[in-house]
Design a protein around this ligand. Structure first.
Ligand code: SDX
Length: 442
């Protein structure tokens, strides 16, 4: 089947907006200021070392543009998130996850024909080689799903060598589709394996989200009917988690890709980075935090611990390196949470507690002064729990969604004329050269 994948947009050099002069020890370097289509301008510091023998210092890279990209734009002060220019609220309301995957991968929303062809490609690639089932047996039943996801994705290269060729756009597109199609199957099978239940295969008559729910919850002895409210909620959750500019895991994927490593290795590296509680692991950490608080009467005591610098307690699901206003995804997650719980006819005491906690924090100077607001993870755990997804699968679900962003950003890097291996420098504060002779004690 010929793929009508639209060409990836070519890179236009950023516009030059003048320059910044840096003078040091009597020498001056003129550093160009570059502007993109919107957002912050950047100082191009590539000549700084040649001109002044200086590096820049930016631990955590919070004010460093590591690349040029056309995929996702965030304005942290205004709480804006755009995928290829479209506001996240509109996409979450009116699009499907495969549509967003196409948009992030190829730059435009698909025509009806392109959409059907893309969905067929995903369905064709959603099965795993039968021998991959053996990977799971190598893990303990209580292995964290993220460890299985990380190990199995890296191992895909042994079964799909065609996906390891990064030499041309066509082969990179093949591996991108392989990964987007297979990641939900691997995640669902990791869950089934942990429960000792038989694996459920993807079905051609189910959508991406329906398949994921069915592979998680269907059993041979009990028919599973996908609730359309749940599959729609899951589709929206996947859309919200699909991409997010140069976050820690995406930067990991780009860095790994810059060495020429094949895409399965790059995505396995992204999964490993996402696993951390400061990043994608926060959704699981929020539920543990809510359970440890227990009731709204304990909120003041908990918040006092958070504000106590001697404790390393953080209000999980709050704060963000970029958003210094509401994370636009958090409000959509909260609304989706209300829909799912209404469908279940349930009220979850953890949701009530989360809302009380949010209200309390947003009135507290500590959080207001530091511009700490709920982020995408604050409510997501409560929805996942309502959908019947176990806590240790929350970050795996995040990884299923973010695989689309990771492969889109990984592919984009190959079309960047400035592409080169990541190799940051450092401010060295260790011992200067010294002679071993005087130091040895034996
Ligand atoms: C994600 O980058 C992305 O885009 C990530 C993500 C994506 O889609 O890819 O959006 C997904 O990872 C969301 C974030 C999920 N993590 C959490 O919810 C964990 C809790 N949040 C924090 O750990 C923290 O807010 C971070 C890690 C998210 C951001 O950390 P920063 O930008 O490095 O902030 P910081 O540590 O420099 O904090 C600045 C101040 C500090 O206080 P002071 O030293 O100024 O007194 O704010 C405080 C921090 O102690 N602070 C918090 C806090 N977050 C920051 N205090 C209490 N609770 C918090 N959650």
């Amino acid at each position: 089947m010929t793929q009508s994948t639209p060409s990836t947009p070519s890179f236009s050099p950023p516009q030059d907006e003048g320059c910044v002069k840096v003078t040091y020890k009597g020498k001056t370097s003129k550093l160009p200021v570059l502007s993109g289509s919107t957002g912050n301008n950047v100082i191009d510091i590539r000549n700084l070392q040649n001109d002044l023998d200086l590096f820049t210092f930016d631990p955590g890279l919070g004010t460093t543009a590591s690349c040029e990209s056309k995929i996702t734009f965030i304005d942290g002060d205004k709480g804006i998130l755009l995928y290829r220019g479209y506001p996240i609220a509109q996409l979450a309301e009116h699009s499907t996850f495969p549509e967003i995957a196409f948009l992030l991968l190829y730059g435009n929303l698909p025509t009806r024909h392109e959409y059907n062809e893309f969905v067929n490609r995903l369905e064709e690639k959603s099965l795993l080689h039968e021998q991959i089932r053996n990977f799971f047996n190598g893990f303990r039943r209580d292995a964290h799903p993220m460890s299985i996801l990380c190990g199995t994705v890296a191992g895909l290269s042994a079964f799909y060598p065609e996906g390891t060729d990064t030499s041309n756009e066509e082969s990179r597109d093949v591996s991108a589709v392989h990964l987007i199609a297979k990641i939900p199957t691997i995640a669902a099978w990791a869950y089934k394996y942990s429960r000792g239940e038989p694996f459920v295969y993807p079905r051609a008559d189910y959508s991406y989200s329906e398949n994921f729910l069915n592979m998680l919850f269907a059993r041979p002895d009990a028919p599973y009917k996908v609730n359309p409210i749940f599959s729609r909620a899951l589709d929206r959750i996947l859309i919200l988690h699909a991409d997010h500019e140069q976050n820690a895991s995406t930067s990991t994927v780009r860095l790994t890709g810059s060495t020429g490593a094949h895409p399965f290795a790059c995505i396995a590296a992204g999964i490993a980075a996402l696993w951390g509680p400061a990043h994608g692991g926060a959704n699981e950490a929020v539920l543990k935090m809510l359970r440890s608080i227990g009731s709204k009467e304990n909120i003041p005591e908990f918040i006092a611990k958070v504000k106590d610098k001697n404790s390393d307690v953080r209000l999980m699901g709050f704060g963000h390196r970029v958003y210094k206003n509401f994370d636009p995804r958090a409000s959509i997650m909260k609304r989706t949470c209300d829909e799912v719980l209404a469908e279940l006819g349930e009220h979850d005491p953890l949701l009530e507690l989360a809302m009380e906690l949010e209200k309390y924090a947003l009135q507290d100077d500590y959080f207001v002064q530091r511009k700490l607001y709920p982020n995408v993870d604050f409510y997501s755990g409560i929805i996942f729990k309502a959908l019947g997804i176990p806590e240790n699968m929350f970050t795996a679900l995040f990884a299923v969604a973010r695989t689309v962003g990771w492969v889109s950003q990984w592919k984009e890097a190959f079309n960047d004329p400035l592409r080169r291996i990541y190799r940051p420098r450092q401010l060295y504060t260790g011992p200067e050269e010294r002679d071993l002779k005087g130091a040895k004690h034996n």
